[in-house]
Design a protein around this ligand. Structure first.
Ligand code: SDX
Length: 393
């Protein structure tokens, strides 16, 4: 029964907010979206069904799902002037730099959905963000590889549309691989929301000032880009490539354990999960499915990842500190195999997390008790003192 289930892990006093959207039990490795286990949603549903669930609080009926899919599909194009906006970026700009800039720029193109006091405009802004993020991400990718933008095709489902916008070229036919599309759709489900992580808290804090939803999502995307957060999928793959072979693993395990070495195993550890990240298990299974579909028999990066996980999980340091693989540990191998460059990994994370940011933003805005966020500090600086003219310093 939504709202009847409360869990007091002993941090009630320090919780930043109340929410009914996502529940995590870090000790048990449990993740629920509106009460539904992530394993079941990833297994049986698609990403737009998860979007509907996160936004509305209930799984859609067949009619509601068809209507939601129809409305999202018909919001996938962006204002044609957005294409010219992209021309201002350097060709070799990181896709996340382009994404943060273009998401924020949405405020300049869609004035009819920036008044947060109007429920209709809030709904339109939510649909626009969910629908247009794949188009913006694909445009960011195409722009950085110097290929022409590909328009969305209404006859395709959400994730197939995104794959086509990324990989189709005018010179030849592009056929979406349904196995890869289903795998990527499941990866989007895994990334959709995750309680009050750094980027979601950023969106809530920005939203608490009354900023428009596009500006709030741009702030969340900027925060997600950090290597300690959503940038970890890109960093984890670079780490696996740097390790290169199974023989090199012990050297990197030693670095990760050395307190004087800033190196951390990317894709390992989590502020909340002190058990296996349930998403990482599904991610690993999806990795095997994608590599099999692509006929990749022995991916050296996967061999390194599996052996690194095996060694780390049996190492007293990692056991004592309760460090397990998180969602970012395997995702990069899968996305690289699909044809995405590492620079696109966080953009894909942002694409999927947009629905979580929007759902959390809406929940906060529609809470009559919400006020502007104002974290306090412990002041440890100088006490009061008199100004001294520069000649006497
Ligand atoms: C995401 O919050 C979310 O929900 C985020 C996310 C989401 O869906 O939104 O789940 C997505 O951001 C996943 C995390 C991706 N980041 C990485 O994989 C980067 C590598 N991991 C670490 O940087 C680290 O584990 C963090 C940032 C994820 C968590 O940092 P904390 O909170 O400082 O880690 P901790 O408190 O659990 O650390 C406990 C100890 C510390 O040592 P001591 O200070 O106690 O001596 O373990 C050490 C840490 O130094 N440690 C690691 C480590 N992670 C933590 N040591 C080596 N390798 C690591 N990866």
């Amino acid at each position: 029964q939504t709202g009847m289930f409360t869990y007091d892990p002993g941090f009630t006093s320090t919780a930043s907010c109340e929410s009914q959207i996502t529940y995590i039990d870090g000790d048990e490795g449990i993740l629920l979206y509106r009460g539904y286990p992530i394993e079941q949603l990833a297994e049986h549903g698609d990403f737009l069904e998860t979007c509907y669930l996160l936004l509305e609080g209930e799984l859609p009926t067949a009619a509601q799902k068809a209507d939601f899919d129809y409305r999202v599909t018909r919001h996938t194009m962006v204002h044609e002037q957005m294409a010219r906006f992209f021309q201002g970026f350097r060709r070799d700009a990181h896709p996340m730099a382009v994404m943060v800039g273009s998401i924020g720029a949405m405020s300049a193109f869609y004035h009819d959905s920036t008044d947060i006091s109007d429920p209709q405009q809030r709904m339109i802004a939510s649909m626009r963000m969910i629908a247009k993020m794949p188009t913006l991400a694909a445009m960011a990718f195409k722009y950085t590889i110097g290929q022409p933008f590909v328009f969305p095709l209404n006859s395709l489902d959400y994730t197939s549309n995104f794959l086509r916008m990324c990989f189709a070229v005018p010179a030849e036919e592009y056929k979406v691989n349904p196995v890869l599309s289903r795998a990527l759709d499941r990866i989007f489900i895994l990334h959709a929301d995750h309680e009050q992580n750094a980027s979601t808290s950023t969106v809530r804090l920005a939203g608490s000032s009354g900023a428009n939803p596009f500006a709030c999502i741009a702030a969340g995307a900027a925060c997600l880009w950090g290597p300690a957060h959503g940038g970890a999928n890109e960093a984890a793959l670079k780490m696996l490539e740097e390790i290169g072979s199974v023989e090199n693993i012990p050297k990197y395990i030693a670095k990760a354990k050395d307190k004087n070495d800033p190196f951390r195993l990317m894709g390992f550890g989590h502020r909340v999960y002190k058990n296996y990240d349930p998403r990482a298990k599904i991610m690993q299974k999806t990795t095997h499915e994608v590599l099999n579909e692509l006929g990749i028999k022995d991916d050296p990066l996967l061999d390194v990842a599996i052996e690194l996980e095996r060694i780390a999980l049996s190492d007293p340091y990692f056991i004592e500190k309760k460090l397990y693989p998180n969602i970012d540990f395997y995702s990069g191998i899968t996305l690289k195999a699909m044809g995405f460059p590492t620079s696109m990994f966080t953009a894909l994370f942002a694409l999927a997390r947009t629905v979580g940011w929007i759902a959390q933003w809406k929940e906060m805005i529609e809470d009559p008790s919400q006020r502007i966020g104002r974290p306090r500090q412990l002041y440890t600086g100088a006490g009061p003192r008199e100004y001294t003219p520069i000649g006497r310093r």
